[in-house]
Design a protein. Structure first.
Lengths: 120, 93
């Protein structure tokens, strides 16, 4: 009885908190001024919010195959999310998108090299 | 609790679709597409819990794997104009 109550409370906190993070990330995606700030808002919101929600579902599922599958989804999200964001930021810099908030920030030398078709 | 989470994710999905339709550059649309992919995984998992059908998680797992491949495919396509770009070593020799 006590365990059930604890599970429900923990599930509400984790899934509710994850939902709040996901929505805040999506609002940031709409409100931020340029590609890089949008990327930051939504990447952090998605990674952390989705992580919280999936941990909440693992708590609800208990020790079972469902929990193992959820754990794998969590691992994939946590590995691929930052990698995809990094690749997007690099591709945006190479394509010549300037950050609005720092328009004359220097581009890293290895990025210049890659843009000319040098070895990567 | 799953219904509340589902509602939050659907709101986030709607906002991401708005950015994907509006975004001035390709990269904005790709960020939104990535976000939509994560949202779709969450919707699948939460809906599976809501209706007691845990086999939805397998679809979510597949979607998690496909999401990053899709992002990289679109990035590569817009950089080189083709997915089967020749390697740099082959150009020299």
């Amino acid at each position: 009885m006590m365990i059930e109550l604890l599970k429900d409370a923990l599930g509400w906190v984790l899934i509710g908190g994850g939902g709040i993070f996901v929505v805040i990330g999506a609002i940031g995606l709409n409100r931020m001024p340029d590609v890089f700030t949008r990327m930051q808002a939504t990447s952090v919101g998605d990674t952390f919010g989705a992580g919280l929600m999936i941990v909440g579902m693992i708590v609800q599922a208990g020790f079972s195959l469902v929990a193992a599958k959820l754990l794998f989804i969590l691992l994939f999200l946590w590995f691929t999310g930052p990698v995809a964001t990094h690749a997007l930021a690099r591709a945006a810099l190479i394509a010549g998108v300037k950050p609005v908030l720092a328009p004359d920030s220097p581009v890293a030398p290895d990025l210049d090299d890659t843009a000319k078709g040098g070895s990567s | 609790m799953f219904a509340a989470g589902l509602l939050a994710v659907i709101v986030a999905l709607a906002l991401a679709v708005a950015r994907a339709l509006r975004g001035p550059t390709t990269f904005d649309r790709l960020i939104a597409a990535n976000s939509i992919g994560v949202g779709a995984i969450l919707v699948l998992a939460l809906f599976g819990f809501l209706t007691d059908r845990p086999e939805f998680l397998d679809i979510g797992l597949t979607y998690a794997l496909l999401n990053i491949v899709g992002t990289f495919a679109v990035l590569k396509f817009f950089r080189y104009g083709a997915l089967g770009h020749e390697g740099i070593e082959e150009e020299g020799g």
